[in-house]
Ligand binder design. Structure first.
Ligand SMILES: [Zn+2]
Ligand SMILES: [Zn+2]
Length: 147
């Protein structure tokens, strides 16, 4: 089981099961939202329990997803697909919120063609461009608010 919390501790969570994979997203919305890249671990909504949900604020950040944060300290808490899609019903939780993350493994970077040239993550993992991600998830490439 993983445990984690926001910076101030008003929001905490527990995640069932042993998860090791996480991905990085370099899309423009994740870049601006996180200030760098979104390093997120996927968790089915049935496997995570939150406390302090009354402190959580949410933004419908695109036609198909929401982003949530702690209203007390501003920590970004999750990205979640809200549209009727096979990615729905999962939370993407920033790995920086976990109390222990040393054992995690980066398996993919998406929107790699949107990554600023000034930094790079090391190690072997899949690199997917914006176009290949869109095809993979069957997202309309013309929607300006994807992310
Ligand atoms: Zn907080
Ligand atoms: Zn993104």
């Amino acid at each position: 089981m993983h445990t984690g919390r926001c910076m101030c501790g008003a929001v905490t969570f527990e995640i069932d099961g042993l998860r090791e994979d996480f991905g990085a997203c370099h899309c423009e919305m994740c870049r601006r939202w996180t200030g760098s890249a979104f390093l997120g671990i996927s968790v089915p909504h049935t496997d995570i329990r939150f406390t302090g949900l009354d402190r959580v604020k949410k933004l419908q950040s695109s036609a198909w997803a929401e982003r949530a944060w702690c209203d007390a300290c501003g920590t970004g808490l999750w990205y979640r697909v809200t549209a009727n899609h096979r990615m729905a019903e999962k939370y993407e939780i920033p790995i920086g919120l976990l109390d222990h993350s040393d054992h995690l493994r980066m398996t993919r970077e998406i929107f790699i063609d949107c990554k600023p040239a000034c930094f790079a993550y090391q190690g072997e993992h899949r690199l997917l461009t914006r176009e290949s991600v869109m095809k993979l998830y069957r997202i309309d490439l013309d929607d300006p608010k994807v992310g």
